[in-house]
Design a protein around this ligand. Structure first.
Ligand code: FES
Ligand code: FES
Length: 140
């Protein structure tokens, strides 16, 4: 009985107790990603707070208007990216999220929303802090 009403229990856990719900004021250490899923119209907003010294994600919040899988995907994503460098976080694939939450194929686009959201938040941060990206690129 790991499934109830078609949702895996990990999805239900995140859906019932979503982690890191909320939003930050848009200061220049915050990257905001706002993305939508064309398939269903669901919307996810993800914000990261970046530690400028280490270029890592020190805090993260989300708001998702969407299905249980989208909420679970964003909640799990916030746990995953906290403490990651921006480079690491940019490599997260929706399949990593889908696998952790045991999402069925029809719900794969819900985890895609989370991948799009973190990528969009990172690029927003870089667009506000162009020097950081330059330093980074020079260092690789
Ligand atoms: Fe119904 Fe996404 S399609 S919530
Ligand atoms: Fe569209 Fe889940 S059904 S995000």
């Amino acid at each position: 009985a790991t499934q109830r009403r078609g949702y895996h229990e990990k999805v239900l856990d995140h859906y019932n107790n979503p982690r890191n719900v909320g939003s930050f004021p848009k200061t220049d250490d915050i990257g905001t990603g706002l993305v939508g899923a064309p398939a269903c119209g669901d919307v996810m907003k993800l914000q990261i707070r970046v530690d400028k010294e280490t270029n890592t994600i020190s805090d993260v919040k989300f708001k998702t208007f969407g299905c249980g899988s989208a909420i679970a995907s964003s909640s799990y994503l916030t746990e995953l990216v906290r403490g990651m460098s921006l480079d690491e976080a940019a490599k997260i694939r929706n399949t990593d999220i889908a696998k952790e939450l045991c999402l069925p194929p029809v719900k794969l686009h819900c985890s895609m929303l989370a991948e799009d959201a973190i990528k969009s938040a990172i690029s927003d941060y870089y667009s506000k802090n162009p020097k950081v990206q330059k330093t980074n690129l020079a260092g690789t």
